[in-house]
Design a protein around this ligand. Structure first.
Ligand SMILES: Nc1nc2c(ncn2[C@@H]2O[C@H](COP(=O)(O)OP(=O)(O)O)[C@@H](O)[C@H]2O)c(=O)[nH]1
Ligand SMILES: [Mg+2]
Length: 306
C-alpha cells in the first residue's frame, strides 16, 4: 500500500462516522433550512473539528448558499469541502525540511503519544529513501526509553547513540552530532523525554538540547516535530499550544489516526496553531507512517460522493 493509501485507510473510522453522517445529511434532505445547518454544525463538532471552526465553516456555507439563492443541499457539499481545504492547506511546502548536512529532526511531545515509535518509522522511511540516519537517545529519564529506541533502531536498520540512564540529554545530542560529522550521517533524529509538559524543567531541557544543536550545526534543527495522539481529542490541542510556545515546533506528527473516528482534530490543531500536520501515524508497524495530504484528508472527512 502506498503512502496515499495508508492515510486513507487510517481514516476508515472517521470516514464511517463523519463522512457517512455528512453524506447522509446532504443527500438525505431535499432542502437546506435552519435545522439542516444546525445538524451540520453538530456533526462537525462531534468529529472534534472544534466549535469555533465548525460554526465558521457552516456560516460561510450558509452565506454562500443564500447569496446564490440555492437550497439544494447537494450544491453545498463541494463548497464545504473547498472551505475546509482552505483551512488545511498551508502555503509553505508541508513536506519535511531535511537539507542540512547533517540535518537534525528533534521529536518532542508528552509520554505515550508515540514519539519513539514514530522515530522508528521515520528512520525506516528516510533510510529507504537512501539517507544515512542516526538516532540520538536523548530521553535519558528512563532506562526503558533508551532500550525501546534501540529496538526501533535495529528494526529500522539504523545506528543509535546512547548514554547511561539519567545522564544529560544535551550531552547525548552533542555526541550524536560529532558522530554524524565524523562518520557522514545525513540525518539525526533526536528522541526526547515527555514527562508532564507543565513541569518547566522539561521545557528547559528541550531548550538546552535545541541550543546545543544550533551551536554545533548552525541552522539546525530544521524540524522540531511535536507528536500528538489523535485519540486524545482536545487534550492534543492543549499540548500543541503549550509546546508550540516554547520549543519552536515546525510541524506535527499526528499518531493513532487509525484508532479514532474523530479525524477532525487535524482541523482544530491547524486552526488554533497554524502549525501544519506533516506526518500521520496509521498503525503500530514500521511502515505505518503517511505523509499528510489535505486533498485526501478532506475526502476522508466529508465524503466524496458527488
Ligand atoms: N494504533 C497506533 N498506535 C500507535 C501509533 N503510534 C504509536 N502507537 C502506540 O502508542 C504507544 C506509545 O508509543 P511510544 O512510541 O512508546 O510513545 P512515547 O512515550 O511518546 O515515546 C505504543 O504502544 C505504540 O505502539 C499509531 O500511529 N497507531
Ligand atoms: Mg519514548
Amino acid at each position: 500500500m502506498g503512502l496515499f493509501g495508508k492515510l486513507k485507510e487510517s481514516l476508515k473510522k472517521t470516514r464511517e462516522s463523519l463522512a457517512n453522517k455528512v453524506e447522509g445529511l446532504i443527500y438525505g434532505r431535499t432542502q437546506v433550512d435552519e435545522e439542516f445547518y444546525e445538524d451540520l454544525e453538530e456533526i462537525l463538532i462531534q468529529a472534534d473539528v472544534g466549535v469555533q471552526t465548525s460554526l465558521e465553516l457552516v456560516e460561510r456555507v450558509r452565506s454562500a448558499m443564500q447569496a446564490k439563492k440555492w437550497d439544494d443541499p447537494r450544491k453545498l457539499h463541494p463548497m464545504l469541502k473547498e472551505y475546509l481545504r482552505e483551512i488545511l492547506v498551508t502555503r509553505e511546502d508541508v513536506g519535511l525540511k531535511i537539507s542540512g548536512n547533517p540535518a537534525v529532526i528533534m521529536i518532542v511531545g508528552v509520554n505515550g503519544t508515540g514519539k519513539t515509535t514514530s522515530i522508528g518509522k521515520l528512520a525506516y522511511k528516510l533510510k529507504n529513501e537512501g539517507r544515512k540516519v542516526l538516532l540520538a537517545a536523548a530521553d535519558t529519564f528512563r532506562a526503558a526509553a533508551i532500550d525501546q529506541l534501540e529496538v526501533w533502531g535495529r528494526r529500522a536498520g539504523v545506528d543509535v547513540i546512547k548514554h547511561q540512564p539519567g545522564s544529560d540529554p544535551a550531552a547525548v545530542v552533542y555526541d550524536a552530532i560529532q558522530a554524524a560529522k565524523a562518520r557522514g550521517y545525513d540525518v539525526i533524529i533526536v528522541d526526547t523525554a515527555g514527562r508532564l509538559h507543565t513541569k518547566s524543567n522539561l521545557m528547559d531541557e528541550l531548550n538546552k538540547i535545541y541550543r546545543v544543536i544550533g551551536r554545533e550545526l548552525p541552522g539546525q534543527p530544521e524540524e522540531v516535530l511535536l507528536v500528538l495522539d489523535a485519540t486524545t481529542g482536545h487534550n492534543a490541542v492543549n499540548q500543541a499550544e503549550l509546546f508550540g510556545k516554547s520549543s519552536g515546533v515546525t510541524g506535527i506528527i499526528l499518531t493513532k489516526l487509525d484508532g479514532t473516528a474523530k479525524g477532525g482534530i487535524v482541523v482544530a490543531i491547524k486552526q488554533t496553531l497554524q502549525i501544519p500536520v506533516k506526518l500521520v501515524g496509521t498503525g503500530e508497524k514500521i511502515d505505518d507512517l503517511a505523509e499528510f495530504n489535505s486533498e485526501e484528508f478532506v475526502e476522508g472527512l466529508l465524503g466524496s460522493k458527488q
